[in-house]
Design a protein around this ligand. Structure first.
Ligand SMILES: Nc1ncnc2c1ncn2[C@@H]1O[C@H](COP(=O)(O)OP(=O)(O)OP(=O)(O)O)[C@@H](O)[C@H]1O
Length: 668
């Protein structure tokens, strides 16, 4: 699969290797199916299930035995199947290991793959003419793919089956360093596999070698490249490889122009140039991957390996097509020279990787330290925070909105986030609930890292979000509640129990149980939205601007309901523009400014300190001596001031004690 044999070059290949075209295409398809199915199976399941691990190892062993047969009989399917089956192995060795061991394993997998390709090519050139593709072998390969798929399908998992490719890439590319490295694979993949296949053809046509001789020279070059890839280590390899890869390709291209030299010298020159280029490119890929692996959380590494492989395949197909095209139009030498230039451009990623790696590694260190803390808490019998997140960056296209944002909501705690319009509060909640993908950072629910999980999975884990007043207007209150229960996949008796529990907490809704939701007042609709969360019995509730657009008297009632939910054991995080509402509700308040949390205070610290509160809301920072807000903040940022100073409909400036709930009790 990694080799990504070019469909466009298949005809030339079939000719040069004396294998019929149908066989080549069948081999490509069979290998792609096996590789994709096995990769996806491993990526999704293996880190968690030992039995699957064993099954896949057995499958890979079987595949290896099969390869011996296929390699001897037909070289091309052998090469393809080797790479297809090699990928899951790589994922296996990388998953769940310490960084050093995983990166070493990754490195040697690449080297092993190169050696395997070289040996298979030599074996083929030494023992076989093309004898056509064995249909029986294709059947076994396809069966292996089905086996891998079936193994995965019967197991429960996070991403469902088939898993979304988007999820795979999302998981693999969260830190910028990993993103660059994954994308670079498309560029590198363009050259490596394409060049090999192309080289065999050039050796046949340019130097007059027979199919066995051509494949043999490529095999030699690959073995030499493998040796070079071992020699080029660490970060230095990035710099060396950037120079060596294009140089190697130019030497190979040059060999084609030196017509005066005996053919053997030309072949040696060509093969050595190819070896240098391939070895350097592999070293480049591995170094980039190694650095990326160091900044990736161990759980994300399998997805990373799979994503790089998928892009290599895409690059391989594109690159081989491009080389074939250039070769047919302008000849082999110019094609190789263009490839060298492309490598030079593509290799610029090395510098980018080095630029972002330090910051990403620092973030990962913080994440791992958090995890260690969660593990320690669990060990000591304490319950981890209901919700915690750190290092959250988020953007809409090129516009970054959140910067290293972090909050923590303890088990059973009620916490608020306050801040002026447009600072990113809603975006932050969207990140927490899984509706917006963060550029960086980690979200944990009850100590479990949910950053890579979809919104529905987070709901299953006990997270619920209240945004707006989303109800079905044509359905009654009871029907709305039931509908929500069924949508969550609850059984009928559980739904009925949930509806009864909601009515017990919200008697006002019980009174209107047969009224269609469209005729409810705004506050009642909001109550209905809150009641829906009761059916869900969330462990953690996120609430966005509960008070928005509602009269203070209605807001008071809603706040009381939130308190009841909290008393029933639900931890709550509310986003509020009104500090008074936040103060009347929360144990702690975070203040947000320009996408970052700039202050955190307990409600007790803020009580009776209006100047401090005003300063925090206007500038996001406490005044030095708890007096007037900093004058320069006022002068420098007139817009947020103006926005915040405007009284909100829910009487933002009214003291908390003046907010009266529906039932008549005074909220404090
Ligand atoms: N879908 C989007 N595409 C582009 N930019 C967006 C999008 N949604 C929000 N933004 C921008 O991101 C920034 C933060 O918006 P967000 O809604 O998170 O802020 P907020 O603090 O919740 O504001 P408010 O209190 O007014 O609801 C704003 O500048 C907004 O214009």
């Amino acid at each position: 699969m990694l080799t990504g044999v070019p469909l466009l070059g298949a005809a030339g290949l079939a000719r040069s290797l004396d294998v019929d075209l149908t066989s080549v295409l069948t081999a490509v398809i069979a290998s792609a199916v096996v590789g994709a199915a096995a990769t996806v199976a491993v990526v999704q399941r293996v880190p968690h299930r030992h039995s699957v691990r064993a099954a896949l190892l057995a499958g890979a062993g079987l595949g290896a035995a099969l390869l011996l047969v296929v390699n001897v009989a037909a070289p091309l399917p052998g090469l393809l199947a080797l790479t297809a089956l090699g990928l899951p192995w790589a994922v296996l060795v990388v998953s769940g290991r310490a960084i050093a061991a995983a990166t070493a394993a990754l490195r040697y997998w690449h080297v092993g793959l190169l050696n395997g390709l070289g040996l298979a090519a030599l074996l083929a050139s030494g023992t076989a003419g093309g004898s056509g593709y064995h249909w029986a072998a294709a059947g076994v390969l396809a069966a292996l793919g089905v086996l891998a798929g079936a193994t995965a399908a019967e197991l429960p998992g996070d991403a469902g089956w088939p898993p979304a490719l988007r999820t795979l890439f999302d998981n693999a590319t969260r830190p910028p360093t990993a993103r660059t490295a994954v994308l670079a694979q498309a560029g590198l993949g363009m050259i490596v596999p394409g060049a090999l296949i192309f080289a065999a053809d050039v050796l046949r046509t340019g130097f007059g070698l027979g199919p066995r001789g051509a494949v043999g020279v490529v095999g030699d070059a690959l073995l030499a490249g493998a040796a070079l890839a071992v020699l080029l280590r660490g970060e230095r390899a990035l710099r060396l490889a950037v120079a060596a890869a294009p140089a190697g390709l130019l030497v190979a291209a040059g060999a084609l122009f030196v017509e005066a030299t005996p053919a053997t010298v030309g072949v040696v020159l060509f093969a050595s140039g190819l070896a240098v280029a391939v070895g350097a490119l592999v070293a480049l890929a591995v170094s980039g991957e190694r650095i990326a692996a160091e900044v990736l959380h161990p759980d994300a590494r399998p997805a990373f390996v799979a994503a790089t492989s998928v892009l290599s395949l895409a690059g391989g197909l594109g690159g081989a097509g491009l080389l074939t095209l250039l070769n047919s139009r302008y000849g082999a030498g110019p094609a190789l020279a263009v490839a060298a230039a492309a490598v030079l451009v593509g290799a610029g990623y090395a510098r980018r990787v080095r630029r972002t790696a330090a910051a990403d590694a620092e973030r990962l260190a913080r994440v791992l330290a958090d995890e260690a803390e969660v593990a320690r808490l669990r060990h000591s019998g304490a319950r981890p925070a209901a919700l915690s997140c750190s290092g959250i960056d988020a953007a809409y296209g090129p516009v970054q909105v959140l910067y290293d944002a972090a909050v923590r909501v303890g088990d059973g705690e009620m916490v608020a986030i306050c801040g002026p319009n447009g600072v990113g509060k809603t975006t932050f909640l969207r990140v927490l609930s899984g509706l917006h993908r963060p550029g960086a950072g980690v979200v944990r629910l009850g100590g479990v890292d949910v950053t890579a999980l979809t919104a529905p999975r987070r709901i299953e884990l006990g997270l619920s979000t209240v945004v707006g007043q989303a109800v079905f207007g044509s359905l009654t209150v009871t029907e709305n509640l039931r509908m929500h229960g069924y949508a969550l996949g609850r059984r009928s008796d559980a739904v009925h129990r949930g509806v009864d529990a909601s009515f017990a907490v919200f008697p006002r809704l019980y009174e209107r149980r047969d009224q269609v939701a469209a005729t409810l007042s705004g506050g009642e609709r909001q109550l209905l939205v809150l009641a829906k969360t009761l059916i869900q019995r969330p462990r953690m509730l996120l609430v966005d601007e509960l008070s928005l657009g509602l009269a203070p008297v209605v807001v008071g009632g809603l706040l009381e309901m939130l308190r009841r939910l909290n008393a029933l054991g639900t931890s709550v995080l509310v986003v509020e523009q009104s500090v008074n509402v936040a103060l009347s509700l929360a144990d702690r308040i975070y203040f947000m400014e320009k996408g970052a949390m700039v202050a955190e205070h307990t409600a007790g610290e803020l009580a009776g300190q209006p100047d401090l509160v005003r300063a925090l809301m206007l500038g996001g920072h406490a005044p030095a001596e708890d007096t007037e807000p900093a004058p320069q903040a006022q002068a420098a940022e007139p817009a947020p001031q103006a926005q915040a100073a405007e009284p909100a409909p829910q009487a933002q400036d009214a003291p908390a004690s003046e907010v009266t709930p529906v039932d008549g009790a005074v909220i404090r």
